[in-house]
Design a protein around this ligand. Structure first.
Ligand code: UDP
Length: 254
């Protein structure tokens, strides 16, 4: 099988690292994620991962605290997650690096785009910490910026649900899951793909986004190898044939 994408930017939320049994960071979750990334690396996929910090701290959720400080604390939370992931990958014998948008040189392997690309080309699994390095935004925006800066082929947004639906599938039994949509449709129908700043950057630079369910973790591989998993958001021309395919499926009563 040939991979669909050679250089990927995976966005993991901080919550994906925890579990009901093991709180904000579950070692077995980290190990399974690391193993999956290492498998991809063996297929020469260049891997960047932006990790969130919501399992530890989200800036906007502490209104009692001065806002900038709270957001910087959120960025530090992403750094903790990235350091843990790097350590787990390395404990499994694979090379890894943390690139940070905040200047914490004692803790990380680099701060720059050049260092990130060099690491990815050398086969390191690169974890991006501290989002954009600026308060008031989220790691979704960090993910898209790092994808653009490292010239990634795709943003893989791993979530709890298996794609983008016409409405909330938990509330509406008739919600339809899209296999492909255009940027314009996502905006028109107010489908919350990722935060708006991040999404408009993808639209502007025609960077495809695949929204898919993180578990089982082999889903990451399936997305990279172009299996029809989750929902792909892309530009009009690419999406045309697939919207057609989607409609045909509905016509068959699926
Ligand atoms: N954050 C920030 N700037 C960034 C990225 C993150 O200020 O560029 C802060 C923000 O407060 C955010 C927190 O870090 O709530 C954790 O990131 P995020 O909420 O994106 O984590 P996730 O929900 O993906 O786990």
């Amino acid at each position: 099988m040939t991979p669909q994408y050679r250089r990927i930017l995976l966005k993991l939320s901080g919550e994906a690292l925890g579990s009901d049994d093991n709180g904000c960071m579950d070692p077995s979750v980290l190990k399974q994620l690391a193993e999956e990334l290492i498998k991809l690396r063996r297929d020469n996929i260049e891997i960047g991962v932006v990790v969130g910090g919501g399992n530890i701290w989200r800036g906007a959720e502490a209104p009692w605290l001065e806002a900038s400080t709270s957001h910087y604390m959120g960025m530090l939370a992403t750094l903790m997650n990235a350091l843990a992931l790097r350590a787990v990958v390395e404990s499994l014998g694979a090379p890894s690096a943390v690139i940070s948008s905040l200047n914490v040189t004692d803790l990380v392997d680099g701060l720059t785009t050049r260092q990130a690309i060099k690491g990815m080309r050398a086969g390191k699994i690169v974890f991006f910490a501290a989002g954009t390095g600026q308060p008031y935004v989220t790691t979704d925006t960090g993910a898209v910026l790092w994808a653009l800066k490292t010239d990634a082929d795709v943003v893989l947004k791993a979530t709890k649900v298996d794609g983008i639906y016409s409405s909330d599938p938990m509330k509406c039994a008739h919600a339809v899951r899209y296999d492909r949509i255009t940027y314009t449709q996502a905006i028109r129908d107010e489908l919350k793909v990722m935060d708006l700043t991040a999404f408009s950057l993808c639209m502007q630079y025609r960077l495809p986004i695949i929204v898919f369910k993180l578990t089982p973790y082999s889903n990451i591989r399936r997305a990279v190898f172009g299996e029809a998993i989750g929902t792909i958001v892309e530009e009009e021309n690419n999406a045309k044939t697939s919207s057609q395919r989607c409609r045909n499926t509905h016509e068959k009563g699926c």
